[in-house]
Design a protein around this ligand. Sequence first.
Ligand code: NI
Length: 206
Amino acid sequence: MASNSSRVPGQFLLGQVLFFDPEQGSIDGREQTSRHLSDLPGSFADQVAYARLLEQNPLLYQVTQVEEQNGPGQLHYGIGILMPGKVGDEYFMTKGHLHAWRPAAEIYVGLRGRGMMLLEDEQTGRCDAVPLEANSVVYVPGHTAHRTVNVGREPLVYWGILSSEAGHDYGTVGARNFSKVLVDVEGTPTLLDRAAFLTKLQANAR
Ligand code: NI
């Protein structure tokens, strides 16, 4: 089509050009990796709600990583789309991870939707939530576990850009999770201590 004649993706003599869809959170010609609810056992606090929703096993998010350039000074980047929804009162979210090379920071750029990032400093244990939404940029420092959360009603789409040497460590977060949860309290996204939220869930179950 003539309207696409200027869209020439690929590897050039200097640099690489790809085209992406900020609505679908996809990159032209690249395959998305999908994560469903069943891929995140143990991530959500409310295990009863998790088990119930597992019967439908909804799609939680898709990511497309561009990791062809490797070595000192090179970058990796990827686009993610995180669906709206909740497990009990806890919003849909990603697994979360640390970087295998702990000092490696990362930039997240929001393209669409309304989300938050849970950030937890591995050294101090401090945990906070910051907004990630259309036209916002979040700087994730090194040594900081990070997880994306969709607190809105439409898909959340964002870029992540980091050193090619960062690597991903999912195991550490998988083993002990974040110390806080982002839950819907009467329509408002609210950051609560995981332990306090679990106590409340147990009290409600009685
Ligand atoms: Ni990361």
